[in-house]
Design a protein around this ligand. Structure first.
Ligand SMILES: Nc1ncnc2c1ncn2[C@@H]1O[C@H](COP(=O)(O)OP(=O)(O)OP(=O)(O)O)[C@@H](O)[C@H]1O
Ligand SMILES: [Mg+2]
Length: 425
């Protein structure tokens, strides 16, 4: 029986002949190409093992990764091994051949593993018929993440050159595994942030709705009550003629101020959460908002619909309304347009929004991030809201010609609910 323990340094030593290095380089660049662009750990390990087997002209092999919690090796991907073998071989770190490669970080090359004294599951290995065996660590920086082995049931002599090649594959895989784990962690963190942002938007919308309702039920009602009382007092004073003119004029002034404050509160309520959105839905709410926001600026507004108008769940309608409100706010603030068109298109599988103005436009490529001044925040949160609905959005603008903002969201069973019979105007 031949048993060799090799360090990478040893394998890379002068014994490796120059003519054997060339195929190795080719092979490694092949593996590197196969692994590049892969971020999913399972895919990386599957491709890595298959490539290693291909290079070694083998059919039996496995990748095991260290489980830090249990200090054992977990079977991740294997080829050519029976289910019984994989299910029953449980290896602790430092135990048996694979366990010691994982712990010590040194490769092991055996002519017949079933006869090696260090083996941990001899009976299972004999049953499985494994003989020639070569095992390398999967390393990233200074730590070992797992092991990769290739085995054979027929007599075969792996060479030190094979070890050298497999070492290099193991190192490539180790780095790819580390990148995949980092990517996964980043993706998880990003996903958590997105979830948080989404929850914030929902909470913000609920809070706006609650304040709007309270303002409507308490403040607004009281103000209209006061205005009515004042009106009644004015009429009574004028009828009886008991009060002097100055007093009646004072009453009229207070009454007109009350009406003004009442109108302000109504505008505030509508901005916070338009009642129309809950009662009649998106189209009337958008029409009312666009007209009250843009007509006073002498802009000509048209809100058109195509397809069969349908209602969406309240949180979806609220998000779509906020998107449109953002675009209309920008038109009011920045465009200097004369004509504005809002097109809402209801298709069976998709809902699209297109808001166009003929204002002076702007350079879209300038807005790459949210600036210190807050410029860009509006567009960013508009895009996020549509993203949360699983949709896409964009903005196109040409200086001197105008701007078009669009969004499209898919309509599945979970988004669209009550289909109205009426068609939009
Ligand atoms: N319809 C438009 N016409 C002309 N310029 C626009 C239009 N829409 C957006 N812009 C330009 O894009 C910039 C970014 O818009 P965004 O809504 O992100 O920020 P903002 O409107 O400046 O700030 P906020 O929305 O927080 O009030 C605006 O400052 C403006 O220069
Ligand atoms: Mg804005």
């Amino acid at each position: 029986m031949e048993s060799t323990e090799l360090t990478k340094k040893g394998a890379q030593g002068s014994r490796v002949k120059a003519e054997r290095q060339q195929p190795g380089v080719v092979v490694l660049s092949r593996i590197s190409a196969a692994l590049s662009g892969l971020w999913d750990l399972d895919a990386i390990l599957g491709v890595g093992l298959d490539s290693a087997l291909d290079i070694m002209s083998g059919t039996i092999g496995e990748i095991l990764l260290i489980d830090e919690d249990t200090q054992s090796l977990s079977h991740i991907v294997h080829r050519g091994l029976s289910k019984e073998f994989v299910d029953n071989v449980i290896t602790s770190l430092g135990e048996g051949i694979t366990g010691s490669v994982a712990q010590g970080g040194k490769a092991v090359l055996l002519e017949d593993i079933s006869k090696d004294p260090r083996v941990a599951h001899r009976e299972l290995i004999i049953e499985e018929g494994l003989k020639a065996f070569i095992c390398v660590p999967l390393r990233a920086k200074a730590s070992v993440l797992g092991v990769l082995y290739v085995a054979s049931r027929v007599p075969r002599k792996f060479t030190t050159n094979d070890v050298h090649l497999l070492y290099a594959i193991g190192d490539q895989l180790g780095i790819a595994i580390e990148h995949a784990r980092l990517y996964e962690r980043l993706r998880g963190a990003r996903e958590r942030l997105r979830r948080l942002a989404r929850q914030n938007l929902v909470a913000e919308e609920e809070e706006r709705r609650r304040i709007a309702r309270e303002l409507h039920d308490e403040t607004s009602q009281s103000l209209s009550g006061i205005a009515l009382q004042l009106q009644a007092l004015i009429e009574l004073s004028e009828m009886t003629g008991k009060q002097d003119d100055e007093f009646v004029a004072g009453l009229k002034k207070v009454q007109s101020l009350t009406v003004q404050v009442h109108n302000e509160v109504s505008r505030l309520i509508s901005n916070l959460h338009p009642a129309l959105l809950d009662t009649l839905g998106l189209v009337p709410a958008v029409r009312q908002h666009a007209e009250t926001r843009l007509q006073p600026l002498e802009m000509d507004v048209s809100v058109e619909t195509r397809g069969t108008v349908m209602r969406f769940p309240p949180e979806v309608e609220a998000a779509l309304f906020r998107f449109i409100q953002g675009a209309i706010g920008n038109i009011a603030q920045h465009s200097n347009a004369r004509n504005v068109t809002v097109l809402l298109e209801f298709r069976p599988d998709e809902f699209t929004i297109k808001i166009s103005d003929d204002g002076h436009g702007f350079d879209v490529s300038e807005i790459t991030d949210v600036e210190e001044s807050g410029r860009g925040r509006g567009l960013f949160s508009m895009r996020e809201r549509i993203g949360f609905l699983g949709g896409t959005s964009g903005i196109e603008s040409e200086i001197g010609k105008g701007t078009t903002v669009w969004a499209s969201i898919p309509i599945g069973q979970e988004i669209g609910y009550a289909k109205n019979k009426s068609t939009g105007s």
